[in-house]
Design a protein around this ligand. Sequence first.
Ligand code: FAD
Length: 489
Amino acid sequence: QKALVWLRRDLRLYDQAALHHALKNSAQVWLAFIFDTDILTPLLESESTQDGLTPDRRVDFIWQGLELIDAELRSQGGGLIVRFGKPIEHIPLIAQELGVETVFTNRDYEPSAIARDAKVQAALAKLGIGFEDFKDQVIFEKKEVLTNSQTVFSVFTPYKNNWLKRLQTSDIAANDCEAKPGQFAAIPKKLEMPFPSLESMGFCPTGIEAYLPAGSEAGQQFLEDFLTRIDQYQIGRNFPAIKGVSYLSAHLRFGMLSIRGLVREAHRRMLAGSMGATTWLSELIWRDFYFMIMANHPRLADGVAFKPDYDNIQWEAGPHAKKLFKAWCEGKTGYPLVDAAMHQLNQSGYMHNRLRMVVASFLTKDLGIDWRWGETYFAKHLNDFEFSSNNGGWQWASSSGCDAQPYFRIFNPVTQSEKFDPDGKFIRRYLPQLEKLSKKSIHAPWEVGHIELEAAGIVLGRDYPLPIVNHDEARKNTLVRYSVVKKPA
Ligand code: FAD
């Protein structure tokens, strides 16, 4: 038996379900990854540098992860087959050339990916080649955690309780991926091609490796580091200026780490009484929850609100809305915490969870901008962009989602700043022009007296913007804007 493992968002060679099954069933195993032009062409069209190459951190991160996999396979006599094009064309061709009986892959839950996989499966069937897919990205799939009446949950806490009740050791056991000597077979000459460079695909290096090194080994190091801090997670996670969270989201997003491994670590510590691990596990369950929601409500991929009456809201429109949105994107709203957060995103592709909630609330409820604009901006810039969690997060913040916060709960960006960045340390990191303001003044520079501003060397409107909106007025407008929806019970 010969097998091809088609890698997608499972870029690792350990505890990987499709690889485990391929190795178990086949004497020879090859692995392939396709840089999918259906996904990459829009990125290439949206932005380019002067020399015509596009810097995209995620493409760079994936590319570096693949190089590591290729090197590991080569050390075992194999090699990774990498192509740039459409999976529907390349996968059947590669499978046929290799003469494999089966293509193994891990299930993807986004509607467009499901449609892609169905097409590839049909094309393979025409060639007499099998297609087997496995659960790998999540602990529980769309209908595995149900209410007592066998319906799908739409509220998180009871979902989480049932998820935990249902969890067995076997759900988080690692899949053995040990290959026998020679099982990773050499790439046949006719398929051997140089590893495509980023430039050959229209992209350029981004320097991401300086702060986010790709691959399972780097991911494992991030995890080890986090495990020394996990017991304080329930407190530390709220403060963006300190290292309180795990920073594992991009490795998890591209499957450089196994979700089973992370849940095992958290669950064991939870049973030993760690509050931090209990809270962290709950966050990993949110991830499963949003995958489950998207899988059961694929209409979400069409841009609709989870609660349909929220699609009656009249968002700001026209040039004024565009101007406000631009200021938000560029971190020029005049609200320091919001602006620092947007700078963090623009500079690194990461944004702390507390800040994602703050800026999403600010965009929708202070600026009155459609949450879909923010969702799209995040989708383009986040290293860990994940359709289900991103859509879930935006609909939570704008109150249109399942189990979202009620619309009349509106974050005050100044209070949030005082509470979660009390010393202004995070703000100073991204807005050095505010460096000299005191920790009391830094959250709302427009309220600072002339003498202090002058001493800090700041002219508002020149060195730092005046607020583009008045929060109290915006709050009132939002309550009117949202009056078209039914008040939650
Ligand atoms: P940690 O706090 O260490 O959490 C560990 C892991 O748990 C994360 O890596 C993630 O996989 C999962 N997780 C944590 N919080 C959530 C959550 N609220 N929902 C779902 N999973 C969660 N997360 C993404 O992975 N991709 C996104 O595109 C994304 N977009 C978001 C958009 C908005 C508006 C909001 C409010 C949240 C979004 N999140 C998204 C969730 C969360 O902000 C990130 O997962 C988290 O900040 C990643 O950093 P970390 O790995 O250090 O998190």
